[in-house]
Design a protein around this ligand. Sequence first.
Ligand code: NAD
Length: 800
Amino acid sequence: MNLSIRKAAVIGSGIMGSQIAAHLANVGIQTLLLDIVPKELTEEEAKKGLTLEHPSVRSRFSASAIKKLAKIKPAPLYDEAFASRITPGNLEDDLAKIAEVDWIIEVVVENLDVKRSLLKQIEQHRGPGAVVSSNTSGISINAMAAECGEEFRKHFLGTHFFNPPRYMKLLEIIPGNDTDPELVTAMKVFCEKVLGKGVVLAKDTPNFIGNRIGTYGLLVTLQEMQKNGGYTVEEVDAVTGPAMGRPKSATFRTLDLVGLDTFVHVADNVYHNVTDEQEKAVFCTPEVLKSMTERKWLGEKTGQGFYLKKKGEKGSEILSLNLATMEYVPQTKPKGASLEAAKTAKGTKEKTKALLAGKDRYSELAWNILKQVLIYSAEKVGEISDSIREIDDAMKWGFSWDLGPFETWDAIGLVRSTQRMEAEGLNVPQWVKDWIAAGNTSFYKNESGKLYSVHISTTQYKEVEHVPEAISLRSLKEQNKTIKGNSGASLIDLGDGVACLEFHSPNNAIGADILSMIQQSVEEVRSNYLGMVIANQGKNFCVGANIMLLLMEAQDEEWDEIDDIIRMFQSTMYKVKRLEKPVVAAPHRMCLGGGVEACMPADQVIAAAETYYGLVEVGVGLIPAGGGCKEFALRASQSQPGADADLQPFINRVFETVGTAKVSGSGHDAKRLGYLRPTDRVVTNQDYSIYEAKQAVLGLSKGYEPIPEEKIRVVGAEGKAVMQLGAIGMRQGGYISDHDLLIAKKLAHVLAGGDVPAGTLVTEQYMLDLEREAFLSLCGEPKTQARMQHMLTKGKALRN
Ligand code: NAD
């Protein structure tokens, strides 16, 4: 089945509905957003003399939800302009319009009766073949559609987005008993490819996968912390956060963010819908949560929950709740050998092992929580999902765990930890015992680049389904596809004559090792490959050049050394640009400073939708000198051909973007800001970007003509004066500091091509020399060094 979804309708414009509509708009789907008709006028509407019959009042809920999108943080839209793809409406006047859409998503209040009656209304109006889905967090999909006809049920399923829908990778697809299996497959492909989601197939059981395991984990944590003399809220968070590969918000900051009422509601749903007494007992709302809910200590939304921010004499302080006395008290920093060991260990596997290997109370708490979550997950495979993989993926993509429960179990040693559980009298599910008895030592195994996981019904290893578009560099390296490599980067064979240059230094910051590998890769690709992709699968593509080294050289006044570093950077990028084979860069997440300059020489950039891209050098008191200014001057010159064309508006825009270190909020936004060219592209699913880049290289390689060296027409002294005047105005207005002005003047000088007359044609090397001189002179400025120091120690820009 080939699904074509061009138009959609989202019903319910609350927190989730409005942001799901935004995400559909992000990927170009025209979306109708409907909600109920208000029963009362707002003050403002009354003042304007409007009545409840006025169309703007009747569609107010959805119209104001669309307006609000621009204010929500993190931004639900890739580009604010995409809001125009969403049309507001209401359920009474506009429901018939859903006849024209391909997909209708129900996102109204979590109430079976409301959802049931809405689905019956949808059934009357939907067009033939239209897909209908519900975003319920845990209500039965079968129950919801029980009163609808068979044709409807064939096209109905659960699509459970996680909050916030743009950013959370997890999307649970829940087929009903009658959902067409072909539709399920087609929706999975659509949601992965077009919406960029990580899809797991869940069974129609209370709370599906993520929220079932997730709530269990939180409830068990609450139980365990009250045993053995009790643990403080901050102690629990110290154990259940990064120490075991979980987000910093750990247990209680997460609960405060989610809201206790919502959490209790979700847990209740399991409590009321399961029959096993032991399981019921865990999901029964604990006293402490009841008491907090009664007091309206619901977390962030009511200003206090497990934590309370209080203004004191020494500024604001975050107090934590003492669960025994129900009083907020100052936090005490948890200190323990196992926590320390976890902190210093590298990677989640080692951290978790270090935490559990300790002999202190933190180690004990970690084990007591973990063992129950692992066993519960093993008990639920088969009931909530077909395989262990869905549970692991759901916890990673929906709860930001580094490792899912089964991956964690493997990491801590399946056999040993299971023995420990049994020795402690726990009931390990039979299939796990059988699996181990058959001689297996892990749930997953990697063999010749393929991933296998236990198949519980046959107790055999089964290959984990793998989309060919999701190229894994790690797996290629395991298959010995590394062509060459050093400590900072590697060149990997992607097959079909395409090589991939991967950065893998700390934070993927560019240093001499990466530059050297780029140069070697250029030589290798020139002789033996059709072209090259520049991409990696690190957390961020590249945070910029390594400024630590730069700062040290500047403090030692080693100007020749700095001059050499810049020359090497520039000549490396120049070589990439002049390579006789196509190069496609595929940045993702943070791509800053030198990272952007590493993408600029590529023939094409294929950015992930979640790319935060910018030349941010002024933040550390510098200007781009790895070819960034030169490339922008060249683009200005190319975009306005003809000796008399006016380059100034283009270059002014660049001056503003680079001068204020603007960073894009998405790949699309990078286009809007002018960092990406019209020929550059954006891919929604980051997992597919290397594949897309590879295809682009293959496409370009047919009849490829290397980019010729070109003279650059510059705005010269006059243009420089225009830019500098703007900067002086900013200084006089008090918007920028003296040092900002100094940097801005240097930037203007370089972008303008120096003091030559307007319209002069200059060489690329001339521009690179200007970049280098300006950069070097800024390195000597104490305030620039202070900015670099601040960035290195505090991780943010200093405005001095
Ligand atoms: P919300 O309260 O923010 O929005 C609910 C919307 O439903 C409102 O716009 C309301 O006007 C509308 N509505 C109320 N009564 C209605 C009726 N009788 N008919 C039609 N519309 C009606 O809720 P939300 O957080 O956006 O949740 C919506 C759905 O998404 C729920 O099923 C919820 O369980 C699920 N969900 C929520 C989250 C989350 O984090 N908030 C996450 C995943 C799934």
